[in-house]
Design a protein around this ligand. Structure first.
Ligand code: NAP
Length: 435
């Protein structure tokens, strides 16, 4: 029997488990180890709560999880309760599928002021991640700034701008639903350091902003390149830019204004003991999608500043790390360690880009690589060895059946019309399991 450990139970983890099942048939036992007692990583904690159709992919992962040769080993922290060298000794292959759940730092003066948060924290807060349940972002301010022109910036802007009625059917957690319902924010400025042709926003998600109950987007005509230049864009990009063009003329007749501010590079955050304004430098295009600073600066009033500028993979002791890229050092998924059986997939391998489905070919590639590197099982102890080790460390493992009990409890306590009310504290998840 070949023993494989996958660390992380998000999309990259489950696609890799599925690929290993296909690659090795019944000759494989897979342990999916997660720090939290609940599976699905980015699907549960990253995908926006009002995008339930995207979250539905977890049903496919559930099929994998319920297979006989796959085990969920939740509530176990790798690098802490069990080390990477220990796992490498127990399993034929160890696959890091830990994603990129940590904010890239903004790195400008004032970015440590209260009121400045990263998107991992803010998204984690409204999605009920135990690490961020206590974030309590200031929503009693009149203006917010969202830095970045990617899909996460769009998610964050939309969640800030939506009326409570627009969360029907979502699984936004109660603390965020209540706080956002009482929000005083009337202005959200979406700040991009480059121009409309350089946005990373997909058309469907951008189009949604034009149909919100109490908020309306606005783009300044002066920021838009000549329409003829759109012909050079990919079809999806052209569609997104056409949404931006349509935002120019929307009647500004709703409670909340969403202002796109392009060619604005954040240089500082100022305020008296807390964020009050974002200082940006005006940039100008210099060709090939590049910009340069003009030296002109101005202030965007904002008591809440959310940096949606990308993520990093947290390092794990004993694992080679690429500091510059913010992910594990690897060559096509092989992480260089002496034992030769450590791999990385998904965002932990290639950085935080692409859709959820992009992780599927990643998983298949790694399964093939493992088959090539280790044509036969080395007869290691696998899960039995892990269980023995964890027993000596007082670990309180959570199985997939345990998770199903937690899930049932979350469904049972859901608001009307909502699929679930998540537990946001690990102890409450474990209590639901034990009931
Ligand atoms: P992203 O698409 O890489 O966007 C990051 C944005 O931050 C870019 O606009 C970038 O500008 C900007 N940025 C980076 N550093 C900056 C700085 N120092 N100052 C100002 N701006 C800065 O990343 P993301 O939005 O975090 O999304 C991550 C991945 O998840 C993407 O592949 C995204 O499509 C995906 N996602 C998909 C969905 C969906 O499909 N519904 C939802 C959420 C996320 P430059 O371009 O100038 O570098």
């Amino acid at each position: 029997m070949r023993h494989i450990a996958i660390i992380g139970s998000g999309p990259a983890g489950y696609y890799t488990a599925e690929a290993c099942q296909k690659q090795f048939g019944s000759d494989v036992a897979i342990d999916m180890i997660d720090r939290l007692p609940v599976p699905y990583g980015l699907i549960r904690f990253g995908v926006a709560p009002d995008h339930q159709s995207i979250k539905a992919v977890s049903r496919r992962y559930e099929q994998v999880a319920l297979s006989e040769n796959v085990r969920f080993v939740g509530n176990v922290s790798v690098g802490d309760q069990v080390t990477i060298p220990e796992l490498l000794a127990l399993y034929d292959a160890v696959i890091l599928a830990t994603g990129a759940p940590v904010d890239r730092p903004l790195g400008i003066p004032g970015d440590d002021l209260p009121g400045v948060v990263g998107s991992a924290a803010f998204v984690g807060w409204y999605n009920g991640h135990p690490d961020f349940a206590e974030l309590d972002p200031p929503l009693d301010v009149s203006a917010a700034a969202v830095i970045g022109n990617g899909n996460v910036a769009l998610d964050v802007t939309r969640i800030l701008a939506k009326a409570p009625a627009e969360f029907v059917g979502s699984d936004i957690v109660a603390h965020a639903f209540d706080a956002l319902g009482n929000s005083a924010i009337k202005q959200v400025t979406v700040v991009g350091r480059r121009g409309p042709h350089q946005i990373q926003m997909t058309p469907k998600e951008l189009g949604e902003l034009g149909h919100l109950q109490r908020a309306v987007p606005h783009v300044d005509t002066a920021d838009l390149p000549p329409e003829a230049d759109d012909a050079a864009l990919e079809p999806g990009e052209r569609k997104s830019v056409s949404h931006l063009r349509s935002f120019v003329s929307l009647a500004q007749d709703k409670d909340v204004a969403i202002d796109f501010d392009f060619f604005a590079r954040p240089v500082a955050i100022e305020g008296d003991g807390k964020a009050e304004r974002l200082i940006v430098e005006r940039t100008r295009p210099i060709g090939e999608g590049m910009v340069e600073g003009t030296g002109e600066t101005y202030a965007i009033p904002a008591g809440l500043i959310i940096a949606c500028i990308g993520y990093r993979t947290p390092p794990i002791p004993g694992v080679p790390y690429d500091e510059r890229a913010g992910r594990f050092a690897n060559t096509e998924g092989r992480v260089p360690v002496d034992s030769g059986n450590l791999y990385a997939v998904g965002w932990a391998r290639r950085g935080p880009t692409g859709t959820i489905g992009t992780n599927r070919p990643d998983g298949y590639m790694i399964a093939e690589t493992i088959a090539a590197d280790h044509p036969a099982s080395a007869g290691k102890d696998g899960g039995a060895g892990l269980d023995a080790l964890l027993a000596t460390r007082g670990a309180d493992k959570v199985s997939f059946a345990d998770w199903q009990r937690i899930e049932a409890a979350e469904s049972a306590r859901a608001r009307d019309g909502a699929p679930r009310e998540k537990f946001v504290v690990v102890a409450d998840m474990l209590a639901a399991r034990d009931e």
